[in-house]
Design a protein. Structure first.
Length: 224
């Protein structure tokens, strides 16, 4: 980040803190140049306290730290958006977010709609994690998680082949359904290994900042 591009007002710049996964706005705080340097250096948020007139490390005493996943500067270069992995509560009141005092009547979404819908993949990952922690004899997911690993890997391979064949046949509906089957078994395999979808997304996020050809050339030629 080019700090010279930032527009500080009286030495400060507002930082909006957002959950990197759910996109929920957690809090707003101020950074000065030192706080920004410490945030970039440590990968955890640091702010400037106007009331105490000192630098503070978010979560230093409570343990509710914020692990920085991305930082973005707005169009006027005078506000930062900091996407984080929030550990515990962001608000000093113990709430997840500082924004809980309603000033208007709550928005009511249309029937059947959710106010803040979770992504289907997030819901699926939560279900897989729950089945892993609390297995059920009636659950196909539990059987995949607890059964022979070769059985699960065979299913992943079978679904991959069926997806490929659906692409070859060019039938859109079949492609979509086979893709869903493949993604499901892929996520179960990740869950069995204790790997989260967020970890995969983080690798994809890092790769998005460079050419795909450059990234591939940078890999070890001896790896499979």
């Amino acid at each position: 980040m080019d700090k010279d591009a930032l527009c500080f007002t009286d030495g400060l710049i507002p930082a909006i803190i957002q959950d990197a996964t759910t996109k929920e706005v957690l809090m707003m705080a101020w950074m000065n140049s030192d706080a920004l340097d410490k945030t970039l250096e440590t990968g955890q948020t640091h702010f400037w306290s106007r009331s105490r007139n000192q630098l503070w490390h978010k979560g230093e005493t409570s343990g509710h730290i914020q692990k920085v996943k991305a930082m973005t500067l707005d169009c006027d270069s005078d506000t930062l958006l900091v996407e984080v992995e929030q550990v515990g509560a962001a608000c000093h009141t113990g709430r997840r977010s500082c924004f809980f005092n309603a000033m208007t009547d709550p928005y009511k979404p249309p029937d059947g709609a959710s106010l803040t819908p979770l992504r289907p993949l997030d819901v699926l990952c939560e279900t897989i994690a729950a089945r892993k922690q609390h297995p059920s004899d009636a659950s196909y997911t539990s059987r995949l998680l607890l059964g022979n690993i070769d059985g699960l890997l065979k299913k992943v391979a079978e679904e991959a082949i069926e997806f490929i064949l659906s692409i070859k046949n060019g039938r859109t509906e079949a492609i979509i359904h086979e893709a869903a089957d493949l993604v499901y078994h892929f996520l179960v395999a990740l869950g069995r290994q204790g790997i989260s979808l967020a970890e995969v997304e983080e690798v994809l996020r890092a790769r998005s900042f460079q050419s795909g050809l450059t990234e591939k050339q940078g890999r070890s030629t001896g790896s499979l």
